[in-house]
Design a protein around this ligand. Structure first.
Ligand SMILES: [Ca+2]
Length: 473
């Protein structure tokens, strides 16, 4: 996975590449730039906890009624031929319960169920443990976690699913939950930035936002740059009860990025500029934990059918963040760059794309001794590269910048000014920035208009700092 030493021209802003070799008048040198780990599949590293812990179905074994796409013709009406075929060939057809439940109360014809499904935790083929939300979902049939059904109605059937990484990660693409049951009528997605000590909502979901949460229904499309951090309630993912294309519940990260970067995320510099300057915005996309609060299962009707409570439950087949890392892709394509080649057998990139948060000081993240950690560059160290290495305290640690040089800076840690042979700069390792050059490892000679130990600052930033013509605009 190491591709830290690609030969890219300087200042391209490849955010997944920390440094590149360039040729200067004095020979080969390293050029540093802001870097981030490549977006990665983080579901391998999470821990999932359920509350209540014994809410998974199958202990004791139970029979439930499952919604079946196969039972619907294109018009949404029951197709008796398909029912017969499913009956003969259905995967659960060996079970004893071969009754079909079709609502007779006149609500509609769109809620067909097969009540011949069994959940049994002691039988592998019939068990639905939580890990089936995170396995590879390329197979048929799908694998899924399932809760017990709503036997204790009218006591609410509520489940908290907590996903913990024990590490800060940055979301780079949409969070997508795929339901095998109907999608919940009420649900909240929450996040934590402090390992589960405190929680804040990300988004509310309901068939009726006013009724459920006394919030006006909105969609991600209603958000603007000004309201991007607003927490909304959406009805987009709770309706459309039986249609097989309506299985997903989404938290729209990319729509929010697009408010700054444009609809096709072509202007990532604009987004990065905002991320650099706005901590709230950075924090919004950063998490250590996610919590999915399932508050009310799908009923598909205004009334709960108390005689058939085994049709109400939650089932989730997949949790992911879809798509490629648009942030890196967009920049690379725009500049016509060649990306590092990916292994030919790479799993299609539709898996989950959060990444480690390394304060822009690392381009990869490793799982070691049960814990994720950044592989820090720029003379930084710590799980998040959040401090300077020993002997590199020449100036205070600082987060890297999303923008490439010269607008931004990698903010590398520089050697302390004590010890046997202090090296302030080094044309091989610590390049003076903004066109400056290193002299005798002691000081950078800066280009006009720049100052600082590594020429990292523009002059004339404060009032009264400049008294000559260079003050410029
Ligand atoms: Ca699955």
């Amino acid at each position: 996975m190491s591709h830290a030493m690609q030969h890219y021209p300087a200042a391209w802003g490849h955010y997944d590449v920390c440094k590149s070799q360039i040729y200067t008048e004095e020979g080969l040198a390293w050029d540093y730039m802001a870097c981030q780990p490549e977006a990665n599949d983080m579901t391998k590293y999470l821990r999932v906890a359920l509350d209540p812990p014994n809410i998974t179905c199958g202990d004791p074994p139970e029979t439930y009624c499952a919604l079946s796409d196969l039972l619907l013709s294109e018009q949404g009406e029951l197709d008796s031929d398909i029912i017969m075929r499913t009956n003969r060939k259905g995967k659960q057809s060996n079970t004893k319960h071969n009754e079909y439940l079709i609502p007779s109360s006149g609500i509609n014809n769109e809620n067909p169920y097969m009540c011949n499904n069994e959940c049994d935790a002691t039988t592998k083929e019939l068990a639905h443990p939580p890990e089936l939300m995170f396995d590879f979902e390329g197979r048929n049939p799908t694998t899924f976690w399932q809760s017990s059904s709503w036997k204790k109605y009218p006591k609410p059937l509520q489940v908290n699913l907590t996903l913990s990484w024990n590490k800060t990660i940055e979301l780079t693409d949409d969070i997508v939950l795929t339901f095998e049951s109907g999608r919940p009528e009420q649900m909240v997605l929450e996040k934590s930035l402090d390992y589960g000590r405190t929680w804040t909502p990300y988004q509310f979901y309901a068939t009726d936002c006013l009724d459920a949460f006394t919030m006006e229904p909105k969609t991600a499309n209603d958000l603007t740059q000004r309201t991007l951090l607003d927490i909304i309630c959406t009805e987009d993912y709770s309706r459309g009860y039986v249609w097989k294309n309506d299985k997903t519940v989404r938290f729209e990260i990319k729509d929010r990025f697009a408010l700054f970067a444009g609809p096709r995320l072509h202007n990532m510099a604009s987004l990065y500029g905002q991320l650099d300057t706005t901590k709230n915005l950075r924090d919004f996309f950063t998490i250590t934990d996610l919590r999915i609060k399932l508050l009310k299962p799908a009923t598909g009707a205004t009334m709960v059918d108390e005689n058939n409570l085994s049709r109400y439950f939650y089932a989730i087949s997949d949790i992911k963040v879809q798509g490629r890392d648009a942030t890196v892709e967009a920049v690379t394509r725009k500049k016509g760059g060649v990306r590092h080649s990916e292994p030919a057998n790479r799993v299609p990139s539709s898996r989950e794309k959060p990444r480690c948060k390394c304060n822009l000081h690392a381009n990869s993240c490793v799982f070691d001794k049960g814990k994720l950690g950044c592989e820090c560059e720029h003379n930084t160290t710590g799980p998040d590269c959040s401090r300077c290495k020993r002997h590199y305290h020449g100036r205070a640690w600082s987060v890297g910048s999303y923008l490439p040089i010269p607008k931004g800076t990698a903010n590398i840690c520089i050697p302390s000014n004590h010890g046997p042979e202090p090296r302030v700069c080094d044309n091989a390792m610590l390049r003076c920035q903004n066109g400056g050059s290193c002299h005798h490892h002691q000081r950078c000679h800066c280009s006009p208009g720049f100052t600082g130990v590594l020429c990292e600052r523009a002059r004339c930033q404060g009032p009264g700092e400049c008294d000559d013509q260079l003050t410029a605009p």
